[in-house]
Design a protein around this ligand. Structure first.
Ligand SMILES: C[S@@+](CC[C@H](N)C(=O)[O-])C[C@H]1O[C@@H](n2cnc3c(N)ncnc32)[C@H](O)[C@@H]1O
Length: 205
């Protein structure tokens, strides 16, 4: 695997105790506890010289960073994703947060393809789709573009609605995705197939 580009459940409810686990069907599977068990498996799956990009939030970032370091991954400068707008929260006693983090680590020696890009990425959210916490395709594309050559294989073990898969196809890469919820797995397959078909049509024009 040339890279793992993933957006696991943040485990926010477990970490902060502020968010109650809801019984709505759109609640994320396994969001009550950060799936740190997956980190050694991801590290094992990535090739020597490959990259790991892992989306997270400031309050749970330290446990993910620790898990990455424990596996032997080399932790580098995290990327700050500026979403362009902020989420709700404490309206008078806190700053309005409009950023999330993408942890960047690698196995062995990894070089970025285009020199030394800034770690501040302003990428607007995609229009609401069929997943409660989608990531913009452009955000995942940027990770892949910087670290994976065309024809390389990208793995997302927490695929959700398949944004990483769509990004991988756009970047000319192969993609392997894993998703627990059949509903989101089906959405991913549909989106990735549509992207692949669209590219194939353009190939012939
Ligand atoms: C934060 S979401 C990913 C959203 C994705 N980036 C997108 O743009 O749609 C995390 C996903 O991991 C899935 N998930 C949770 N536990 C999992 C597990 N053990 N194996 C595979 N997928 C899992 C959840 O169902 C959820 O869709």
């Amino acid at each position: 695997m040339a890279a793992i580009v993933t957006d696991p459940p943040y485990g926010i409810a477990y970490q902060t105790g502020r968010r109650k686990v809801m019984s709505t069907p759109d609640m994320l599977a396994n969001d009550s506890e950060a799936p740190l068990w997956s980190v050694p498996l991801m590290y094992e799956a990535v090739a020597d010289g490959g990259a790991l990009y892992l989306c997270t939030r400031f309050d749970v970032a330290p446990i993910w960073q620790q898990a990455l370091t424990n596996t032997g991954a080399t932790l580098k400068t995290p990327i700050v994703w500026d979403k362009g707008n902020w989420t709700s929260g404490d309206l008078t006693g806190d700053y309005a947060n409009q950023c999330e983090l993408i942890l960047f680590a690698h196995k062995g020696r990894h070089t970025l393809k285009d020199g030394r890009p800034s770690n501040l990425w302003r990428v607007p959210r995609d229009p609401a789709g069929e997943h409660p916490t989608p990531k913009p395709v452009a955000l995942m594309s940027r990770c892949i573009h910087n670290s994976v050559n065309k024809g390389g294989v990208v793995l997302d073990p927490f695929m959700g609605s398949g944004s990483t898969g769509v990004a991988a196809i756009r970047e000319g890469c192969h993609f392997i995705g894993i998703e627990l919820e059949p509903k989101y797995f089906d959405i991913s397959c549909r989106r990735i197939e549509a992207e692949d078909n669209q590219l194939s049509i353009f190939d012939f024009i």
